[in-house]
Ligand binder design. Structure first.
Ligand SMILES: NC(=O)C1=CN([C@@H]2O[C@H](COP(=O)(O)OP(=O)(O)OC[C@H]3O[C@@H](n4cnc5c(N)ncnc54)[C@H](O)[C@@H]3O)[C@@H](O)[C@H]2O)C=CC1
Ligand SMILES: O=C(O)[C@H]1O[C@H](OP(=O)(O)OP(=O)(O)OC[C@H]2O[C@@H](n3ccc(=O)[nH]c3=O)[C@H](O)[C@@H]2O)[C@H](O)[C@@H](O)[C@@H]1O
Length: 480
């Protein structure tokens, strides 16, 4: 029986391995992690991450050919194929701070593999890493090899949160990069055979190592660039009376452009887009390509601009101050159908509002108060380190309350900001919300969830990203 071990039981390691176990009953899959609470949660009825369809997959295979364990060394030693899916956060200090990927966790995983291995291994980069990481990993492994043969493969993951199971069941492509030696090709074939249990052969792409590593960074950069492009246009829409949804629809109808990923928003979030672009920027700089670095940097600058533009809209609309005013925030996760808050635009928007002394009442169907308070207190990039290495929870923000109901959050509020596109926000009784808010009552829709015209009929003053402006907002300063 082929044995797979995955180091890192997070958003990628957990779902990916669960799907491999489901589709390959003859393979034993063990997911290991240094974080005991996370492994305990994977072994319980309350999985550590919320992802539609994940519970069913885990329930079907757990205890059959899918296992979660903290006994990292034992399972690594026994495995034929080792996936490494650990954190690769942005460095917070030292060389490349604020840009380069911090490979501490990767390096320690590689050293541990070298220490405990007694048989040949295929080591698979599942984490997103800088191009050329495989070379560094190879050096660590071969210099400590004790005669063991290691083959390093790059197999980046393209799943998106909220649709992870769907994406894993039907991936657009699976990408495998390896050395072009006979041993390298054999290792690529071995991994290909795992995916071939359910992925059509023409969707399994094989490349050299560096192409695979770079394709992952490039794919995320292209995706984020689309959002920054449409968000940049959204600002111009507001200035001219054009409607960003109509513009995006018309632009996306061009089959060369395509309709997906053109939703204007308060900004993109999530653990990877910013991190991976910063990493790409750093790699370009290190390779003497400042023009290329600056080109990609702009994608992040527009994203930051979009978030501060939103905050400025809120404050300038409400008589240039939100001091002491209750502002309801609906949605804190970085997108719908996930409880993940890493790099969510809600953090920056809340910081902006707190900077203007607002009282914030937050409701998100999947995010806990503890998580929100931690997020608001955490330093830049700290969130992307393993949980037990993050700073312990400092004192909570008194101006922030977290409630479990949208009506409670909006009761007595002066303004309401929609920051995540949860479906349930479309179906709220906005008349009831209006009746219970202070007047004038403002809605700032950062996700184009509500119908601005219907809300205006109720009596709200409405700002929707990239949509023709409410008469109230015209001529008000709103640039970042
Ligand atoms: N979250 C996502 O949707 C996607 C993430 N990625 C990439 O996958 C990688 C992992 O991301 P996530 O799963 O989101 O992170 P995560 O933070 O959810 O999970 C990483 C896990 O690795 C564990 N870990 C760290 N060092 C370890 C070690 N030495 N031994 C054992 N366990 C260790 C941590 O305790 C943590 O549970 C990152 O490189 C990310 O860029 C790629 C595609 C999608
Ligand atoms: O490497 C990663 O981590 C993953 O990053 C993204 O996945 P994810 O961040 O989970 O979610 P997305 O659906 O890409 O959304 C990212 C952010 O962009 C925002 N977004 C997305 C699409 C859009 O049109 N507009 C927009 O503002 C979302 O609300 C969210 O805040 C990519 O889509 C995945 O392919 C990739 O594997």
């Amino acid at each position: 029986m082929v044995k797979i071990c995955c180091i890192g039981a997070g958003y990628v390691g957990g779902p990916t391995m669960a799907v491999i176990a489901l589709k390959c009953p003859a393979i034993e899959v063990v997911v290991v992690d240094i974080a005991k609470p996370r492994i305990d949660a994977w072994n319980s009825d309350q999985l550590p991450i919320y992802e539609p369809g994940l519970d069913e997959v885990v329930k079907e295979c757990r205890g059959r050919n899918l296992f979660f364990s903290t006994d990292v060394e034992k399972h690594v030693a026994e495995a034929d194929i080792i996936f490494v899916s650990v954190n690769t956060p942005t460095k917070t200090r030292g060389l490349g701070a604020g840009k380069a990927a911090d490979l501490t966790y990767w390096e320690s995983a590689a050293r541990m593999i070298a220490d405990v291995s007694k048989s040949d291994k295929i080591v698979v980069e599942k984490s997103t890493v800088p191009v050329k990481t495989a070379e560094a990993i190879e050096k660590i492994l071969t210099h400590n090899s004790k005669g063991i043969n290691y083959q390093i493969l790059s197999n980046p993951e393209f799943l998106a949160e909220g649709t992870a199971i769907e994406d894993l069941f039907k991936p657009d492509r699976v990408l495998i990069g390896g050395r072009e030696t006979p041993e390298g090709k054999k290792a690529v074939q071995a991994l290909k055979e795992v995916y071939a249990h359910w992925v059509p052969e023409d969707r399994i792409i094989t490349t050299n190592l560096w192409s695979a590593e770079l394709s992952k960074l490039a794919a995320n950069a292209f995706l984020a660039q689309r959002i920054s492009s449409v968000n940049a246009i959204s600002a111009l829409c507001e200035a001219t009376g054009a409607n960003v949804s109509e513009v995006a629809y018309a632009v996306g109808k061009d089959s060369r452009i395509g309709p997906k990923f053109l939703n204007a928003s308060v900004g993109f979030g999530g653990s990877c887009f910013q991190k991976d672009i910063l990493n790409l920027v750093y790699i370009c700089e290190c390779n003497g390509l400042p023009e290329v670095a600056n080109y990609w940097k702009q994608v992040i600058k527009i994203n930051d601009y979009q978030k501060s533009r939103f905050v400025n809209r809120v404050v300038s609309s409400m008589f240039n101050t939100v001091s002491g005013k209750k502002i309801a925030v609906l949605g804190f996760a970085f997108k719908k159908d996930t409880g993940d808050t890493r790099e969510t635009p809600a953090i920056d928007v809340c910081h902006g509002l707190l900077g203007d002394k607002a009282q914030i009442s937050i409701y998100d169907p999947q995010v806990t108060e503890d998580q929100i308070q931690r997020d608001l207190a955490m330093g830049k990039f700290d969130w992307d380190h393993p949980r037990h290495l993050q700073p312990t929870s400092p004192t909570a923000f008194k101006q922030v309350s977290v409630v479990w109901d949208a009506y409670e959050a909006t009761k007595g509020a002066h303004g309401l900001c929609i920051l995540t596109e949860w479906d349930e926000f479309k179906a709220l009784d906005y008349q009831k919300i209006f009746d219970n808010m202070q007047k004038p009552a403002f809605v700032f829709d950062g996700r184009n969830v509500v119908d601005p015209e219907k809300l205006r009929e109720i009596g709200f003053i409405v700002y929707s990203i990239g949509k023709p402006l409410d008469a109230w907002l015209k001529d008000m300063p709103a640039v970042a």
